[in-house]
Design a protein around this ligand. Structure first.
Ligand SMILES: Nc1ncnc2c1ncn2[C@@H]1O[C@H](COP(=O)(O)OP(=O)(O)OP(=O)(O)O)[C@@H](O)[C@H]1O
Ligand SMILES: [Mg+2]
Length: 250
């Protein structure tokens, strides 16, 4: 499924006045692409994902999902803090999509087992979220997103709260799952290295690649950091290669 964002503008009215979170964003994510979005805090990344997920309405412009629907649902979202239901076991947290679709219990159990196996958490099926580490919770959230059988998975800094080693492990797992399932994935991250690793820049000369990208981004990052309202600037750059790419805007 292709995701086309055209002229997307989002304004929030607050007690302090109007905040322009997004101003005329255009981008296109190809079918089954692993697409990364990086940008400084406040530039509108979460707002963009929320609009894509239908959790928020655009002020102008919109998001289109183009292509044949091959799966049961359009989008799933993985939030930064996993957002699991604490009173449910791991096994019961996973098949939320099938539950909304009112599928049979036996089917929900099978779906749950399948995806917990995939993220290597089957042995923790009966645990509750508070009994899991941060990385394990994120894996449950990823299993839940996959169990919804979506065309597009939206991920909002899913590894932000994890330690460096767990991040590395989860990145690898995510790539393994993506390479197997080939869904369209849109990943928001603060982390340049993470974008480079996940979004198609897995060059043998990783260091040189990072340096080159940083050279391209440096001016925009510096500018955004110095501006009090980074969300009001609209300049966009896209750097991509093959089926994976990442976008920066500041
Ligand atoms: N519900 C809201 N009401 C008012 N303003 C909002 C709301 N949600 C977001 N904003 C504003 O919109 C802008 C973009 O916010 P958003 O959360 O999308 O940024 P972000 O790029 O995800 O930042 P971060 O990297 O810190 O998560 C910010 O200036 C923020 O204050
Ligand atoms: Mg955010």
């Amino acid at each position: 499924m292709r995701v086309v964002v055209h002229g997307l503008t989002k304004e929030f009215m607050t007690g302090q006045g109007k905040t322009v979170a997004l101003a005329g964003v255009d981008l296109e994510v190809r079918d089954r692409e692993f697409f990364g979005i990086i940008g400084p805090t406040g530039c509108g990344k979460t707002t963009l994902l929320h609009i894509m997920a239908g959790l928020e309405k655009a002020t102008q412009g919109g998001v289109e999902f183009v292509g044949e629907k091959r799966t049961q649902s359009l989008v799933s979202m993985v939030f930064q803090d996993a957002a699991l239901m604490p009173w449910r076991t791991v096994e019961e947290n996973v098949p939320l999509g099938p539950e909304f679709r009112k599928e049979q219990r036996s089917m929900m159990k099978r779906v749950s087992q399948y995806f917990l196996e995939m993220v290597r958490l089957f042995d923790f099926s009966g645990s509750h979220p508070h009994e899991l580490s941060g990385g394990m919770k994120q894996k449950v959230a990823i299993a839940r997103a996959l169990a919804n059988d979506p065309e597009v998975i939206l991920m909002d800094e899913p590894f932000a709260n994890l330690d460096a080693q767990t991040r590395l492990l989860l990145r690898e797992e995510l790539l393994r799952i993506w390479e197997r399932d080939k869904k369209t994935v849109i990943l928001v991250t603060h982390n340049l290295e993470e974008s480079v690793m996940l979004c198609g820049m897995r060059d043998p000369d990783f260091g040189r690649c990072m340096e080159k990208i940083w050279e391209l981004l440096r001016y925009d990052v510096d500018k955004a950091m110095r501006e009090s309202r980074p969300s009001q600037t609209t300049e966009q750059q896209k750097i991509g290669r093959g089926k994976q790419s990442f976008t920066w805007w500041a």
